[in-house]
Design a protein around this ligand. Structure first.
Ligand SMILES: NC(=O)c1ccc[n+]([C@@H]2O[C@H](COP(=O)([O-])OP(=O)(O)OC[C@H]3O[C@@H](n4cnc5c(N)ncnc54)[C@H](O)[C@@H]3O)[C@@H](O)[C@H]2O)c1
Length: 433
């Protein structure tokens, strides 16, 4: 890396993480090439447009593309810093799939040169950064890689996970603290110097394996704590209690902070990453594995309760509010709301009306179910039962006057003022699960 100049950067994978990262680095004045395997993604970005929904991203991308700081391509080119942000899903047995990371490594290996820094940002099982290093070493025997040779290596390799919240990605990309794990301390220092160019949060260096584990632990922590809240909600249903009231009161204890229950846990992080720990240490992770089961089980509890509610009111029109995996975003991956709604649509067909302001159309699994998409105003005008599955702001702000006469099943607790009588009617239904 030329210290006097701004490094040229190649970001591999231009999705929810890669594109905002590429744009923020470009805004800091570095010339950025974004690589993606999708021609559609590449063409969209080169027009200065975006293919994902994220607050303020479109304006930023338009600006850096028009100033010539960001461009996208399918073909790799030499750069000083490579940032990999490709998917890391799991397979049907919950085993992590790092094939995209290794594919990204195979793409960049031929253009690496002495002085380059390679940073993996994808959420990865412990040891992945070393596997990436081993693959580069195999493909480029001419380069000295870190950790395998005693001498000063030619390139630096580090792991730096992302912990941004969708909807606040641009702000959190720059302001959050970061853990930067080098294969060696020198690698960590090289990566640190790069992040200092655009991160205002504190950057803490460590080794690559600790940084990989830290990311997984953060999401497993969230999952376990949400599982506690979800279990409480099922217990409260069984006992005829209002879980929101119980949690509100318990949280007045100075050292208690119970999270909010919901229809399950979705997205590609919290519902996925704990499995990477379980896979790495199956016998040592009963709590983490059980939390996953509790959160998936909550989704089936919500389906059973919603089905009972809809069946008990055969003439009622039903609106399901939200499909996204969390509030105010257009991301529907692993979404419990989407799963619950599609199950109801398959069972009750035309009676189900789906409200999702962040979806232009219903996902594929709704085809031929008879369910239709309507907006929140139509739902409030025409539907008798409202099933709240996502706490989008646009739902949260609906005043009591517009929903007071509705039968509401609020899995997110967004309407604490909903008349008690209606809630008790829910609770009196015979529930399964
Ligand atoms: N989205 C989040 O909120 C979030 C938060 C923290 C961490 N992460 C992690 O970041 C990583 C990326 O997640 P994402 O949400 O940005 O994924 P994404 O699916 O939105 O984007 C990934 C992009 O990579 C491209 N791609 C796949 N293989 C490629 C290859 N070999 N070369 C070039 N491009 C390739 C895809 O076409 C896609 O555009 C994952 O490991 C994820 O777990 C995501």
């Amino acid at each position: 890396m030329k210290s006097e100049n701004k490094p040229s950067v190649c970001v591999v994978g231009l999705g929810y993480i890669g594109l905002p990262t590429a744009a923020v680095i470009a805004r800091a004045g570095c010339k950025v090439l974004g690589l993606d395997v999708s021609q559609r993604v590449v063409d969209t970005i080169n027009r200065g447009e975006i293919h994902i929904e994220e607050v303020d991203l479109e304006g930023l991308v338009q600006g850096v593309v028009s100033r010539g700081l960001l461009s996208a391509a399918i073909e790799v080119a030499p750069a000083d810093v490579f940032v990999i942000a490709v998917p890391t899903p799991f397979d049907k047995d919950h085993a992590p799939d790092i094939s995209y990371v290794l594919a990204a490594g195979r793409t960049i290996a031929p253009v690496l040169k002495a002085g380059d820094v390679v940073i993996l940002e994808s959420t990865s099982p412990v040891g992945t950064t070393e596997q990436l290093r081993d693959m580069i070493a195999e493909m480029r025997p001419d380069l000295k890689v870190p950790g395998l040779v005693g001498e000063t290596p030619d390139i630096s390799i580090a792991y730096c996970p992302e912990r941004v919240l969708p909807g606040r990605i641009l702000e959190e990309l720059t302001n959050n603290d970061r853990s930067i794990g080098g294969i060696t301390p020198r690698c960590a220092r090289k990566a640190l110097a790069f992040y200092k160019r655009f991160v205002r949060g504190e950057c803490v260096t460590t080794d690559a394996r600790s940084a990989e584990m830290t990311k997984l632990v953060e999401n497993a922590y969230r999952d376990v704590n949400i599982a506690f809240a979800n279990e409480l909600s099922i217990v409260s249903d069984r006992m005829g209690l209002d879980v929101w009231e119980v949690i509100r009161l318990a949280n007045r204890h100075p050292r208690v902070n119970i999270l909010s229950p919901g229809p399950g846990v979705g997205g590609h992080c919290i519902a996925v990453d704990p499995w990477f720990i379980v896979h790495g240490a199956p016998k040592e992770t009963p709590l983490i594995r059980t939390a996953r089961g509790v959160n998936d089980g909550k989704m089936h509890h919500v389906i059973a309760k919603a089905e009972a509610l809809v069946e008990a009111h055969p003439d009622a029109k039903v609106a399901c509010l939200g499909l996204a995996f969390k509030a105010n975003i257009d991301d529907f991956r692993e979404s419990p709301a989407r799963f619950v709604t599609s199950r109801l649509a398959r069972k009750f067909g035309r009676r189900i009306h789906v409200v999702e302001p962040y979806a232009a159309e219903l996902p594929i699994e709704f085809t031929d179910t008879g369910a239709v998409q309507i907006d929140i105003d139509d739902a409030l005008e025409t539907c008798d039962i409202l099933i709240v599955l996502v706490d989008h702001d646009v739902f949260r702000v609906v005043p009591l006057a517009e929903r007071a006469d509705k039968l509401v099943y609020d899995t997110r607790g967004i309407w604490p003022d909903q008349p008690r009588a209606v809630r008790e009617e829910d609770a009196r239904l015979k529930l399964v699960g």
